[in-house]
Structure formats: structure tokens, C-alpha cells
Design a protein around this ligand. Structure first.
Ligand SMILES: Cc1cc2nc3c(=O)[nH]c(=O)nc-3n(C[C@H](O)[C@H](O)[C@H](O)COP(=O)(O)OP(=O)(O)OC[C@H]3O[C@@H](n4cnc5c(N)ncnc54)[C@H](O)[C@@H]3O)c2cc1C
Length: 360
């Protein structure tokens, strides 16, 4: 059985950042079920692919800048906010970078090409058994099962984390809310060149969005798990048609969970020698669903904790992520300003922060 110091399940922004920043004294196995090998064909990662200012700041603090081949057109500076509850529209300045999310993940992974990191892609985490010295992890790759061993496991496996479910658990009241997020790709027939955010309480207490990407537009919605997701997603498209957005004949479709923490208590950092980072831990903005910055920052903080003190890493990780949990609390306090329709109507009427679009 191959032995490592740390096995990381999930090679998204959290797992890749964590692996890159760990000391090279650690022998690491970085696993992902996606075919992320350099030669493998690109798959669609269910994401809007917007790199928000917090993620840009995290990249800058790592001393990284984005290679231009990751960027897609248009790079736009405005979000148009459609408030279907109050039948109002306002535009706001936003500083996102528009990227190809799959290429972004592959770029972060290309930065972990060091001898101490072994990558295993198209490889599914199946189970882990605890022994006195650590964990025997069973992986499945091309129908073959393989056991590997490590004293530490890191769950970086996203919103539907199996590592969390199988090895950490949580009290029901401390689970983040779960939304089902469907995204469809359409031809950009109207040359849309701005982002659109749609608030509509008939559909969801979260939001829907349209993002232009090269010759396509992506329409996505985040609808509470348990609601009639497909019907509501279709209804939102019909309502958008009345505002001139034609969303016919999707070319591609993807779906996944998206988490929404209700309080900082919904963040779970792990237990014993199993640590969670990124969305697996519940790190994601409860107001905008921006998760890339939290994934990279929490990955970096766990790496620093393990580099500092292998024995007491869990306590250091907890202490170092206090600012991230506080950040989520601040966003929860902002919630009524975005999601309470009466408050939003007043903000729209006063025009706080809105762009003057009369100049078009
Ligand atoms: C529709 C949608 C749109 C979004 N848009 C944005 C956006 O524009 N900007 C933004 O900042 N955030 C966005 N987010 C949130 C963002 O995508 C996530 O929060 C972020 O990707 C979390 O990073 P991560 O590394 O923690 O997890 P992920 O990026 O989800 O990576 C987890 C990895 O684990 C792997 N994995 C999972 N289970 C297993 C298993 N059993 N075995 C092996 N591998 C496994 C997966 O293949 C995946 O590669 C969006 C989310 C959704 C759903």
C-alpha cells in the first residue's frame, strides 16, 4: 500500500492552493474525480467563473497573476440588477474578472508540479477507515480500487463533501443551507456585455444570474433543495423573456449543490486528523455565492498551520480562520439589504451606489 503524509481529496482552488503551499517535507497525494490531467479534454465545472475582488486580492497576496489565456470576453464592469419583486432595474459597478473556470483550476494545479506531490485524477474517493496510525483510504480509478494510507486527510471536495459526511459529520442545525444550482449555456444572440443578477422571491430566496462568456451566455439559478427546482428554473427563464432575454435551445447544462452558511457555526474545520477546507468546510459567501476566494484562503491557512506545527495544526488552523468566519458573519448581516424586498426597494429608489445609466 502506498503511504503518504497527507491525502487531499479534491483538487479545486482549495485543494490546489493547499498542496502548493505545503512544505516539501510532506509527501502528498492530491486526488480528484475530474479528468484534470494535462492531456485530458476539458470538462465543464459548474461555476460562473467570476474572480471577485477578494479572490484577486488572495492571488495578489500569493504573488500570482492570471495568465491571459484563462480570461474570456467580455471583461465587463457592471452588473445589472433585475428586481422582479419590485419590478425595478438598477446597474452597479463591479470589478470581477471573467475566466474560463476549468482553465483556472488547471492553472492552479500546474503550480503544484513538485516532486513531493503525486496527483491522481479521474480517481474517486470511496471510503476511509481509521486505524491507530492514520487512515486507509480507498480510491476507485477506471473501475480499479486501490488502498492508500496517510495519517492526515484533507477534505477539499466541495459543497457535497463525502469526506465531511463520512469522517466529520455535523449536527443538523449546524449544516449550511443547500441550494441546487443549474446552469445552462446559450448562444449570445444579443451581444449581451454585462452581468445580470435576478432577485425574484417567487423563484428563490437566493438569486439567479446571466453571465456572458465568449459567444455564449450562461443562465444559472440557485434554488433551495427540496423546492421544485426544474419548474422554478424554467419559470425564471420565461419571466426573463419578458425582459428581452431569450433563453432558448440550451447548448450545455450542468448542475450541482451550492452551500449557504446561516451562521459562522455552520463552518466545520474537521475533527482529529481530518481537516476541511473550501466549500467542504462551508466557506462561501452567503450573499453572492462567491467561493473561490474562501477556497484559496482557507487552503493557504491550513497549509501554514501544518507548516508551523504538525502536532497542533488543528488549533492553529482554527485560530487563523477566525477572520474568514467573521467575514461570513458580516455578510450575513448584509443579507437584508440584498434579500429583503422592502429594504431593496428603498435602496433602489434612493439609488445608493447605482450607476447613472442615462449616459448610454
Ligand atoms: C453554479 C455555480 C456558480 C458559481 N459561481 C462562482 C463564481 O462566479 N465565483 C466564485 O468565486 N464562486 C462561484 N461559485 C462557488 C465556487 O464554485 C465554489 O465555492 C468553489 O469552487 C469552491 O472551491 P473548492 O476547491 O472548495 O471546491 P470545488 O471547486 O468544488 O472542488 C472540489 C473538487 O473535489 C472533487 N471531488 C468531489 N468529490 C470527490 C470525490 N468523492 N472523489 C474525488 N474528488 C472529488 C471535485 O471533482 C472538485 O474538483 C459558484 C458555484 C456554483 C455551483
Amino acid at each position: 500500500m502506498d503511504r503518504y503524509d497527507i491525502i487531499i481529496i479534491g483538487s479545486g482552488p482549495a485543494g490546489a492552493t493547499f498542496a502548493r503551499l505545503l512544505d516539501d517535507r510532506y509527501r502528498i497525494l492530491l486526488v480528484d474525480r475530474r479528468p484534470l490531467h494535462k492531456s485530458a479534454q476539458k470538462v465543464i465545472k459548474n461555476c460562473g467563473g467570476l474572480i471577485a475582488p477578494d479572490a484577486q486580492k488572495a492571488l495578489a497576496s500569493f504573488g500570482l497573476s492570471l495568465p491571459v489565456n484563462i480570461l474570456v470576453t467580455p471583461q465587463t464592469f457592471a452588473v445589472e440588477t433585475l428586481d422582479f419583486d419590485n419590478d425595478m432595474i438598477k446597474s452597479y459597478q463591479r470589478h470581477y474578472m471573467n475566466v474560463d473556470r476549468e482553465l483556472f483550476d488547471r492553472w492552479l494545479l500546474s503550480l503544484c508540479d513538485t516532486k513531493n506531490i503525486k496527483k491522481s485524477f479521474s480517481s474517486h474517493f470511496i471510503s476511509a477507515k481509521k486505524s491507530a496510525e492514520g487512515y486507509v483510504v480507498t480510491l476507485r480509478k477506471e473501475k480499479q480500487q486501490q488502498d492508500v494510507f496517510a495519517p492526515i486527510i484533507v477534505g477539499a471536495d466541495g459543497a457535497n463533501s463525502k469526506v465531511k459526511k463520512d469522517l466529520v459529520g455535523a449536527r443538523k442545525e449546524n449544516e449550511p443551507l443547500r441550494y441546487v444550482s443549474i446552469q445552462e449555456w446559450f448562444k449570445n444572440e444579443t451581444d449581451l456585455n454585462r452581468y445580470v443578477a435576478i432577485f425574484d422571491s417567487e423563484i428563490s430566496d437566493f438569486y439567479s444570474w446571466i453571465i456572458p462568456k465568449e459567444q455564449y451566455i450562461i443562465f444559472g439559478s440557485a434554488i433551495k433543495e427540496g423546492d421544485d427546482v426544474m419548474r422554478l428554473h424554467e419559470l425564471q427563464k420565461k419571466k426573463l423573456a419578458r425582459y428581452g432575454y431569450s433563453l432558448n435551445k440550451p447548448i450545455k447544462k450542468s448542475g450541482s449543490y451550492i452551500l449557504r452558511p446561516k451562521s459562522s457555526k455552520d463552518i466545520s474545520l474537521g475533527i482529529d486528523d481530518v481537516a476541511l477546507i473550501g466549500e467542504a468546510a462551508g466557506f462561501i459567501s452567503p450573499t453572492s455565492a462567491e467561493g473561490i476566494s474562501y477556497a484559496m484562503i482557507s487552503g493557504a491557512k491550513l497549509a501554514h498551520a501544518l507548516n508551523e506545527d504538525r502536532e497542533h495544526f488543528a488549533a492553529i488552523y482554527k485560530e487563523n480562520t477566525a477572520s474568514l468566519r467573521f467575514n461570513i458573519t458580516k455578510k450575513i448581516l448584509k443579507y437584508p439589504f440584498m434579500y429583503n424586498k422592502i429594504v431593496r426597494k428603498i435602496i433602489f429608489q434612493i439609488g445608493i451606489g447605482a450607476l447613472d445609466t442615462n449616459q448610454r
